[in-house]
Design a protein around this ligand. Structure first.
Ligand code: C2E
Ligand code: MG
Ligand code: MG
Ligand code: MG
Length: 277
């Protein structure tokens, strides 16, 4: 009997394994054609300045809607795209598309706001990255002063002199840099100080229980303080409730992003939240 149960367990395990491996292989295979097949598009989520209560920026987030698999989350396909090297092509496409959108809004007469784009550590590490950004800016008519690159701690703090040099070059081009998912990586405060950043984006996991956990509150307050002491603006992502917003205002948070204000939306929808200049 025990033998039989054991066998069952093994076959169930194998079956599950096979399922996830197959899904992975399928994604590896299908994502390679996703751009040609026009299955990718960008959605935009607003960023709000708490002082003026205005939309001052928007973050581009990629979506992949495959015929066979349906909508696949970037949390699932970005790591795979990174592993198979497709992130370079995808990242290039995202940056260009976001800059084109910014230019289009400008031509339509909307007051310009920041356009933030997520940059994979691998994309950032590429030698040609700076040239790519430069070319895209020229081709699309993007004003670099309105371009913000969101990098994660793993790309910024995998501290190398070449990383810092690149960041300084981008800054000299007028581009802004935001540290995304702040607090989730292995922060080295020493190195943080050497990065030419303009903004810290506190990871939304820090909002969990914020209303009833005083330890969590002091951690977030400290992060805001740290940012301000380094002359950075601090944004809290993932704000879903009014009481969280009230608390963040009180704590001195500068900018917020989250479902309370808007979901990531298609350009046709988000444009209603922008102001005509
Ligand atoms: P991220 O850059 O930290 O983006 C924030 C994520 O939180 C987005 O998920 C967004 O939809 C979600 N979010 C925003 N507000 C709320 C909220 O109030 N509540 C909750 N529960 N979630 C909220 P999304 O779009 O699924 O993207 C997940 C991650 O995938 C992003 O995290 C980013 O790391 C990556 N990603 C997305 N688009 C791109 C891209 O174009 N390039 C690269 N390299 N990575 C991307
Ligand atoms: Mg981001
Ligand atoms: Mg983030
Ligand atoms: Mg994140």
């Amino acid at each position: 009997d025990a033998k039989k149960n054991g066998k069952n367990r093994i076959s169930k395990f194998d079956y599950k394994m096979e399922g996830s491996v197959r899904r992975r292989l399928l994604i590896e295979d299908l994502i390679l054609n996703s751009l040609e097949q026009q299955e990718c598009y960008l959605v935009y989520q607003t960023k709000i300045d708490l002082e003026s209560n205005k939309v001052t920026g928007t973050e581009a987030l990629v979506r992949w809607d495959n015929k066979e698999m349906g909508l696949v989350s970037p949390m699932e396909f970005i790591p795979i795209a990174e592993e198979i090297g497709f992130i370079h092509e995808l990242g290039f496409w995202v940056l260009k598309k976001a800059c084109l959108q910014w230019s289009e809004w400008k031509h339509l007469g909307y007051e310009p706001i920041l356009m933030a784009v997520n940059i994979s550590p691998l994309q950032f590490a590429q030698e040609t990255f700076i040239d790519q950004v430069q070319n895209i800016i020229e081709e699309t008519g993007m004003d670099p002063e309105f371009l913000e690159l969101e990098i994660t701690e793993s790309s910024a703090l995998a501290y190398k002199e070449s990383t810092i040099k690149k960041l300084i070059l981008l800054k000299e081009m007028g581009i802004r840099l935001a540290l995304d998912d702040f607090g989730t990586g292995y922060s080295s405060f020493q190195h943080l100080n050497e990065l030419p950043l303009q903004m810290l984006k506190i990871d939304r996991s820090f909002l969990k229980d914020i209303m009833d956990n005083s330890t969590q509150q002091s951690i977030v307050k400290s992060m805001i303080q740290l940012g301000h002491n380094m002359n950075l603006r601090v944004l809290m992502e993932g704000v879903e409730e009014q009481n969280q917003l009230d608390w963040l205002k009180e704590a001195g948070c500068d900018w917020v992003q989250g479902y309370l204000f808007s979901q990531p939306e298609k350009p046709e929808t988000i444009v209603k939240k922008l102001l005509l200049a």
